[in-house]
Design a protein around this ligand. Structure first.
Ligand SMILES: *Cc1c(COP(=O)(O)O)cnc(C)c1O
Length: 388
C-alpha cells in the first residue's frame, strides 16, 4: 500500500549506510569480502532498499534468515549471492535452487537431506558449512568432546554429490563484550574454527570463503577478517560499538505532536494512572505507541528529542499513542516533529532502559510505520508494509 499519511515515520538514511560501509571496509582491510546482514527486513530498515544500496556500494554478499526473505530480495531484482543463515527444511530445495540461495548446512543429517533433495531435483545446492565453536546454536560441534566426530562427519559431507560447498563459517557468542572472560572465550571459539579448517585442509578439503566476524568481531577483532566479514547491527550505525567507530545511525524514528493540553496539579496521565502531575503541566499527545514499535517498557522512562530539548514520556505507552511532558519546553507546539530514536536520541540508550538490545527496538518498528528512504540528502522513495 502507498502511504499518504506521514504522522509517525522512519527516515532511513543511505548516506549513513555508505559512510558505515566505507568505515567498516577500512577497518577489515582490502581483502575481505563484505557480507551485509539484511535479515528481519534489514533490522527494520527495509531489506530491499538496503540490499540495493549495498549492491551499489560494492558489497559482495547478503545474508537473511528465512528463505522467504531471500525470495523477497530476488523478486525485487537483487542479484548478489544470498546466504541463508537459518534453518530451512530440505523440502524447500526447489525454492533454494530457484532463488540461488546459499544455504548453510548445520549437521550431517541436514547435509544428507539437502544433498539427496538436490540430486533428485537435478541440481546442486550452493552451501556454506556452519561450525558450532561455542555459540551452541547451529553447526558441527568443534569443542574437544565432539571435534574428531565432526571432522569425520564433515569429511563425508564434503563428498556429497548434491552440495556445491563454497564456504565455512562460525558465529561468536560474546565478541561484543569487553571482559577478560569474554575475550578469552572469543579467542577459544576462533581457535576451534581455524583448527577445524586446518584439519580439513590436511585432508585436501578447502573452502573459497572462510568467515566468522559479526559486528562484535568486526569492531573488536579485525584480525578475524579472513575472506569475508558479516556485520549487522554496526552496519546500521547502532549498537554499543558503533559510536567508537564513528558510525552513523541509519534510522531516525519520528512522530508529530498531535495535540497539546494543559492539566492542573494532581492530574493523572494514561492507563494505570502511573504518572501524576506534581505541578500545572503542558502535555503533548503523540501518535505512536507499542503497535508502532515503541516498547511499553519505556513508559515513564524514555524521552523524545525536540529542537528545544528533551521531552520525557509520561504515563504508560498505549497501543497507538503516548504522552510527553512539555511543561519546561514552552516553545514546542502541536504540529512539531520530534525524534523518538535517531542521531540526537540514541536507540542504544532506549534499549538499556527497556532492558533489551537496540536490535530488538529497530526490528520492532512495525509495518504501520512508513519508511522514507534518503540518498544524497534527498528522498528517493517511501514504503508502507500494510496490505494494499
Ligand atoms: C545475525 C547474524 C549476524 C549479524 O550479527 P550482528 O551482531 O548484527 O553483527 C552474523 N552472523 C550470523 C550467523 C547471524 O545470525
Amino acid at each position: 500500500m502507498e502511504t499518504t499519511l506521514v504522522r509517525t515515520w522512519a527516515e532511513i538514511d543511505f548516506d549513513a549506510l555508505a559512510h558505515n560501509y566505507h568505515a567498516l571496509r577500512k577497518q577489515m582491510g582490502p581483502h575481505a569480502r563484505f557480507l551485509g546482514v539484511v535479515k528481519a527486513d534489514a533490522y527494520g530498515h527495509g531489506s530491499v532498499e538496503t540490499a540495493r544500496t549495498l549492491a551499489e556500494l560494492g558489497a559482495e554478499y547478503l545474508a537473511i534468515s528465512n528463505v522467504d526473505e531471500a525470495r523477497e530480495l530476488r523478486l525485487a531484482g537483487i542479484e548478489l549471492p544470498i546466504l541463508q543463515l537459518g534453518l530451512t527444511p530440505a523440502d524447500q530445495i526447489q525454492v533454494i535452487l530457484d532463488n540461488r540461495v546459499t544455504q548453510n548446512v548445520w549437521s550431517e543429517e541436514a547435509a544428507q537431506a539437502f544433498s539427496d533433495a538436490a540430486v533428485k531435483a537435478g541440481g546442486r545446492m550452493k552451501t556454506h558449512i556452519k561450525l558450532d565453536t561455542g555459540m551452541s546454536r547451529l553447526g558441527f560441534q568443534c569443542d574437544e568432546a565432539h571435534f574428531d566426530a565432526s571432522l569425520e562427519a564433515l569429511t563425508r559431507v564434503c563428498a556429497l554429490p548434491g552440495l556445491d560447498i563454497e564456504g565455512v563459517f562460525t558465529h561468536f557468542a560474546v565478541s561484543d563484550e569487553a571482559s577478560d572472560a569474554s575475550r578469552e572465550y572469543t579467542l577459544l571459539q576462533h581457535d576451534r574454527f581455524t583448527a577445524m579448517i586446518d584439519r580439513l585442509k590436511e585432508r585436501g578439503i578447502t573452502f573459497q570463503i572462510c568467515h566468522c566476524a559479526n559486528s562484535g568481531a568486526t569492531a573488536g577483532y579485525p584480525q578475524f577478517a579472513h575472506d569475508m566479514f558479516r556485520p549487522g547491527i554496526i552496519m546500521y550505525g547502532i549498537g554499543d560499538q558503533a559510536p567508537a567507530l564513528g558510525l552513523r545511525p541509519m534510522m531516525t524514528l519520528k512522530t508529530v505532536i498531535g495535540v497539546v493540553k494543559e492539566y492542573t496539579e494532581g492530574t493523572t496521565i494514561s492507563y494505570g494512572r502511573t504518572f501524576r502531575a506534581d505541578r500545572p503541566s503542558r502535555v503533548g499527545v503523540l501518535p505512536i505507541g507499542y503497535a508502532d514499535g515503541l516498547h511499553r517498557m519505556l513508559s515513564n522512562k524514555w524521552r523524545v528529542w525536540t529542537p528545544y530539548g528533551m521531552a520525557p514520556l509520561i504515563g504508560r505507552v498505549c497501543m497507538d499513542m503516548c504522552m510527553i511532558d512539555l511543561t519546561d519546553l514552552p516553545e514546542v507546539k502541536a504540529g512539531d516533529a520530534v525524534e523518538v530514536y535517531g542521531p540526537h536520541n540514541s536507540v542504544n540508550d532506549a534499549a538499556k532502559l527497556a532492558e533489551t538490545i537496540s536490535y530488538e527496538l529497530t526490528c520492532a518498528v512495525s509495518k504501520r510505520v512508513p519508511r522514507i528512504y534518503y540518498k544524497n540528502g534527498r528522498e528517493i522513495s517511501r514504503e508502507l508494509l500494510l496490505r494494499g
